[in-house]
Structures are given as structure tokens and as C-alpha cells.
Write a protein that binds this ligand. Structure first.
Ligand SMILES: Cc1cc2nc3c(=O)[nH]c(=O)nc-3n(C[C@H](O)[C@H](O)[C@H](O)COP(=O)(O)O)c2cc1C
Length: 204
């Protein structure tokens, strides 16, 4: 029987030691599917990923990675944002879909249409909401991995510009995080967390 979501959340740890066994393609597909299904502001779905599994591919980004465990994982997702998702044409397209499906009213959509939106991708300044959206998608991947018996670790301590260059990614894409994935070769104890009282400002 599969674990409940709350147990999956409770049992997850950041894993920094992996077995060398490759991750089955169907499991990698499920992890990508978990990202694909994530919610996002105006359903813009700004996330993009590069999946590195071959040693030669992983080595391309070795110079940008600070913690060696990242490239010891059998699979590494490079998690990115696509500026194009924030161009006027695409935002309006997504908004129209939501209006047509009666998800958002014409009036609410009007507020978005009124916003100044860049027509060209090179004019886009990635908004804070984009990082929220990508964070949700990546955490979906983390939890999907955990539910499949795989370990992962969010990684932001690396040089994103160097990864961008090493992989020859399009200009419009910004690299944000790495997510190494593999079978855990460690079972860390829970890391400290703030108490309920510390995080719940109201009611106390
Ligand atoms: C956005 C984000 C960035 C992180 N970056 C790194 C990192 O670069 N290197 C690393 O070893 N761990 C990184 N972590 C993992 C955290 O250290 C870890 O989540 C935290 O210590 C709590 O431990 P746990 O995930 O095992 O519960 C990151 C976590 C998040 C959410």
C-alpha cells in the first residue's frame, strides 16, 4: 500500500548520498509528470527542465557545482524558468483559456490585461511569482521522488550562469536550481524545525 501524502512529507529528507543504481525511466517520467501537473499563477507553467543522466552530460556542469554529491546522483534535473511565459501574448492566451473554462471572470482577467506586459522575451524581467511557481513544481518532484523510494536534494549552492552556458541553454531560460535524484544511501534523522507556535502568527 502506498504511503499517505502526509507520511511522505514527514519521511522526506534532503539526501546527499546515493546508490549508483540508475533511476528507472518510468520513475523519471513520473517525476516530470509531477512537475507538469503543478499549479501556477495564471496557469503560466513557466518551469523548464534539463535531465542529465549520462556521466558525460553531468560532467559538462562539473565546474559550476560546489558540492560533489550533486553529480554523484544518477539523475540530475536542472530546474529553470522560461521568460517567454511572461510575454503579453502567452499570458493573454493562458488567461483566455481560464476565462473560457469559467475559472476566472472577465472582470478578474481585466486586471491582468491592464498590467503592462512585455511583448518581447528579451524585455521580460522574471517576476517573484515565477520563483514561487517553480518552487511548487520542484517540490512536487521532490515528493514524487520520495513516494517512489527515491531521494533528492534541492540545490541552490552552485553557479547558475555557468550551468546555463555549459549546457548551451537558450537566452530566454534562467537556471534556478538543481535537483539530484537517486536511491538513498543514507537515512538521515529529521533536521530541526521551528515549532507550530513560532510559525503560526495567528491564532496563537
Ligand atoms: C531552495 C532550497 C535550496 C537548497 N540548497 C541547498 C544546497 O545548495 N545544498 C544543500 O546541500 N542543501 C540545500 N538545500 C537543502 C536544505 O539544506 C534542507 O532542506 C534543510 O537543511 C532541511 O533538511 P531536510 O530537507 O532534510 O528536511 C536547499 C533547500 C531548499 C529548499
Amino acid at each position: 500500500m502506498s504511503k499517505s501524502l502526509i507520511d511522505t512529507i514527514r519521511d522526506r529528507r534532503s539526501i546527499r548520498k546515493y546508490k549508483s543504481d540508475p533511476v528507472a525511466e518510468k520513475d523519471l517520467d513520473q517525476i516530470i509528470e509531477a512537475a507538469r501537473l503543478a499549479p501556477s499563477g495564471t496557469n503560466r507553467q513557466p518551469w523548464r527542465f534539463v535531465l542529465l543522466t549520462d556521466d558525460s552530460e553531468k560532467q559538462k556542469i562539473a565546474g559550476a557545482v560546489i558540492q560533489p554529491f550533486v553529480l554523484e546522483a544518477p539523475a540530475v534535473f536542472v530546474c529553470c524558468l522560461d521568460r517567454k511565459a511572461y510575454t503579453k501574448g502567452l499570458v493573454e492566451k493562458r488567461m483566455k483559456e481560464l476565462v473560457q473554462m469559467n475559472v476566472i471572470s472577465e472582470e478578474a482577467a481585466g486586471y491582468i490585461y491592464k498590467r503592462k506586459m512585455p511583448e518581447k522575451v528579451d524585455e521580460v524581467v522574471i517576476p517573484a511569482g515565477a520563483y514561487v511557481d517553480l518552487g511548487i513544481a520542484v517540490e512536487h518532484m521532490v515528493l514524487a521522488a520520495e513516494s517512489l523510494g527515491l531521494g533528492s536534494c534541492w540545490v541552490r549552492l552552485f553557479n547558475p550562469k555557468q550551468v546555463h552556458e555549459a549546457l548551451g541553454l537558450p537566452e530566454q531560460v534562467e537556471v534556478v536550481a538543481l535537483l539530484p535524484v537517486g536511491y538513498p544511501a543514507e537515512s538521515p534523522s529529521p533536521r530541526p524545525r521551528l515549532s507550530r507556535e513560532e510559525i503560526l502568527l495567528w491564532p496563537q
